[in-house]
Design a binder for this molecule. Sequence first.
Ligand code: GLA
Length: 736
Amino acid sequence: MKRAATIFMFILLSAGVFAQVRTDGPVVAIDTKGMTVLLEARGGEPLRYLYIGERLDSADVGAVPAAGAIRMDAYPAYGQGNIRSDALAVTHWDGNMSTEMAVSSVSIENSEDASTACILLKDRIYDFYVKVFYKAFLDADMVETWTELTSLEKKPVLLRRFDSAFLPLRTGNVWASHLYGSWANEGRLVQEPLERGTLLIENKDGVRNSQTSHSEIMFSLDGKPLENAGTVLGAALCYSGNFRLEVVTDDSDYHKFYAGICPDNSSVSLGRGESFRTPELAFTVSGEGLGGASRNFHDWARAHRLAHGDRERKILLNSWEGVYFDVNESGMAEMMSEIAGMGGELFVMDDGWFGEKYPRVRDRSSLGDWKVDRNKLPHGLGWLVDEADRNGIGFGIWIEPEMTNTVSELYEAHPDWIINAPGRDVVQGRGGTQAVLDLGNPAVQDYVFGIVDGLMKECPGIDYIKWDANMSVSSHGSSWLPADRQSELNIRYHQGFAAVCERIRAAYPDITIQACASGGGRANYGVLPWFDEFWVSDNTDALQRIYMQWGTSYFFPAIAMASHISAVPNHTVGRVTPLKFRIDVAMGGRLGLELQPRDMTDAEKMQCRQAIADYKKVRPVVQFGDLYRLVSPYDGLGVASLMYCSKDKSQAVFYWYRTENFYDSHLPRVKMAGLDPDRMYTVYELDRIGESALPFEGRSFSGAFLMSSGLEMPGGFSGRLGGYSSRVLHLVAEPR
Ligand code: GLA
C-alpha cells in the first residue's frame, strides 16, 4: 500500500499577497481579524484541529500544542476507528462501508478579498478524495468551510452522509442559541444549555428551509448567553434545502458540532471522475458575546453573501394585505399614487395579476401561467410600469416560479414536470391544487428562468421581484431522474434552483429580488447571494414581529429584513396596536407598508409620510450600521430595546418598545451601547406624534453617559394606546 505520506507536499500559490492563511511546517493557520483556526496537516495522517477560537498572536501559535491542543479529526469519516458519529459516510464501489482519510497535500490561494486553504485528503486504500476548504475573509470576521468529494473508484460509490463541516467545541457551560417557529411565527429564539445527548436541528421541508427551524446557530462558550460579553462561536449553513445541524455531547471533552445537507433519503451516487461539493458553513468567533457574533454575520453578509449588500433599499408598498387577489388596474394605480404621495419609492403588485385560461382569483389555480389577466389589467404590465414611472416610483411584481397548480395550462401541458412519486396520487398543497416543479430537470430550469426573462423582456422597467414559494416537497418522485438516482431528488432540486438563480443574476444583475416562502421560509444564506432581502413573516403584527425580528437579527442584517406597516386589527392575530407602534417596529428593518391606503385617514397618511421621511434620515444607519441588542423581549421585562450605530459612531438610532402593560410593572432603564464614549450626542425623537417634546429632545449627552446610564423613556401614552407605546431616537454626534 502506497502511503499518502509519500505524496505529501505544500503548494503555495500567489505568494506575496498578504496571507490570512499560511502554513508553518504541518500547521495550517487561518486568521481573520478576530479569530484563528489552527489545523495540523501532516502527510499520511488525518487532518486535525489544533485550535478554534479568538485570534491568536503569532507568538502563541507555536505554543498551542504545548498548551494542549484539540487534536480531533477535522473531517471524521465513518467506519474505521471512532465510528460513533461522523461527517462523512461512503459505501465504496465494492461495498466496503468504511472510509479512512489522510492528508495528501495543502494548497493556499489568495484572492482580492480572501485567502483559502485547500487540504486534499485521500482514502488510505480507495481512490476516493476529499478536499477540505477554509476561506478566510480579509474584511470580515468569517471563515467559510466546505468540502469537495471526488471518486476515481472503478464503479459508482454511494455518499450516505456528506456534511459540510465538523467543529469541536470544548465541553463546559456551553449554551446554544437558535431559531425555530412556524408559519406566521418564524425566527423565534430558543436558548438552551448543551446537555448530554444530541441536539438535532433539521429541516426536511424540501423548499422552505427556515420556516420551522434555521440552519444557523450560536454557541456561547463560557456560560449563559450574554449580548455583549463572552466568547461566542456562530455558524450558518449556507444551503437552501434540507439541512441537519447536530451537536453531540457525549463522554468526551468536546461537544461535536456537525453541519450539512440532511442526508435522510438523500444519498448521492458518485460515478468515476464525479465530484460533489457540499455547501459552505460560515463560522465566526467573537469575544463580544452574541451581539459581536451578529455584527460579524451582518458585515460578512453585506460584503459577501447578500445581493447588493451595499445598496440602500427602497421604501415600498406591497399590495397583498391591502387587496389580496382583488387586483385591478385602477386599484393598482391608486395604490401607486398613494405610496408616492407618502414619499415611498416602490410599489409591489402581489399575487392575483395573472392567468388567462384560469384567472388567478384565489389560490386554487393558475401558478405556472405567468400571463397577465387582461380582464383585471386590460393595458398589461407595461402600462403599470409606466404608471409607476409617472408617479416617480419603481414597480415590482410577485411570482412563484417553482410551483404550479394542477389547475393551470402549464400542468395540462407538462404533468410530468411536477415532483410526485410515480403511480401515486398527486399530493396537492395550498388551495388544494398546488404542486412543486421538479427543478432538477433542466427543461424545468429553462422554463423557470424563462418566467423572469420573459417578464423582464416584456417590461424592462421592472425594478423588483417578490419570489415566493408556498409548498413543501410532499411526495418523493421525479420523472426525470433515473430509478437509481431518485434519492438525489431533493439535492438536485436545490442544485437546479441555484443554477436558475445564477442565470437570472447573470442576465439581470440589478433588479431587487425578495425571497418569500410563505413568509420567512427562506431566511437563509443559501439563497441570499441572489436575493436582496427576505420577507420575515406573513405575520405583520407589530408585537409578535418584535420577537421574530429579534431572533432573525441574530444572523441577518436589518437591510435584508423586510418589515411592513400593516392595518389593524392585524390580519393574522387580530391585535390592535397603535400606528406609531407599528411604524416604530417596521422601522427596525427594511421599511415598507402592506395595507390599503384608501382605508387610512388623512392623519394616518400624514403619520406614515412623516415616518417615511424620518426613516430616510436614518436609513444608512439602520441598513449599514452595527446592531446592538439592549433588552430582549424574551427576558419578559416589559420592554424590548435595540439600536444601530453608524460605523464611524457619528450617528445612532435607538428603539424602545413596550411589550407589556401591567399595573405596577417597573420597566428597566435602558443603557445604550456601541457609541463613542468621548463624543457628545444630540437626541432627536423620530416618528413623533402630537405629544409634547421629550425632556431630552435636542439635548446633548456624552456617549459614556448614554451607555452607563441611558435616558428615562416616558411610556407616557401607554394607557391611551392600550399599552403599546414605543419611541425611536436619532442620536447625532457633534462634529469633532
Ligand atoms: C404567500 C406570501 C404572502 C403573499 C401570498 C400571495 O403567502 O407569504 O406574502 O405573497 O403568498 O399568495
